[in-house]
Design a protein around this ligand. Sequence first.
Ligand SMILES: Nc1ncnc2c1ncn2[C@@H]1O[C@H](COP(=O)(O)OP(=O)(O)OP(=O)(O)O)[C@@H](O)[C@H]1O
Length: 257
Amino acid sequence: MEPILEVEGISLQFGGVKALDNVTYHINKGEIFSLIGPNGAGKTSMLNCISGLYQPTSGSIRYKGQEIINMKPYERTTLGMARAFQNIALFAHMSVLDNLKLGRHSLMSSGVFSGGLYVGKASNEEIAHRRKVEEVIEFLELQDIRHTPVGTLPYGLQKRVEVGRALALGPELILLDEPMAGMNNAEKDMMSSFILDMHEVMDTTVVLIEHDLGIVMGLSDHIAVLDFGKRIGFGTPKEIQQNPDVIKAYIGEETVI
Ligand SMILES: Nc1ncnc2c1ncn2[C@@H]1O[C@H](COP(=O)(O)OP(=O)(O)OP(=O)(O)O)[C@@H](O)[C@H]1O
């Protein structure tokens, strides 16, 4: 198995709080990888370090063998990473279609002039962008709401569009921060099958933060477990379920692993 992302000795400090403490793990190309842990364990901080929103105090993050620790978030996007946020990051008054198109804006290379005139490189680029957006609309079954302003949609559908905005970038690695939070069981099942298809049909590497451990155990190839910023487990779902440190960390959370 070839690693796509290698996280080594990552630490992150906020004043007196060690949000991440010397965390090491790797993610294989094409797998579904989950980051789990109790509230405040450091999961979102870790995703922020991977996507470039936070600068770790120390450590290394390599994407396809290349050190990315000093790269800006948009540079990481152009390398093939995309992120869907826990708190939806969409334009509420704009349609689903326009939000997805805007998501791809960062990938457009043609300048305002050629873009405005719609000639040459720009028109080819526009066609390719539109094709990708339509592919995502079909994949996530958003056809019926393509012209609906995002702000008027139920929460579960807004979360799906947020995932679509990241997917429209055509990433090799997609970071999903609690994509099922606030969803009912039917919506969770649907999102789970979209995630499986991202992996099986699109061959995308998926990094998932999710609190529903039943879903995590069912979907993931590998899991890393954080607790108070430290990695306390790393392995297959079966290994994680048998890990005494993980079991201890979850006792009191009323959770059966
Ligand atoms: N920008 C910040 N400034 C200060 N402290 C922060 C910041 N971001 C995170 N923290 C702290 O870092 C620790 C880890 O937080 P983080 O949000 O990464 O955890 P989490 O595992 O994602 O939690 P949850 O499951 O509740 O979303 C917490 O103590 C949090 O208060």
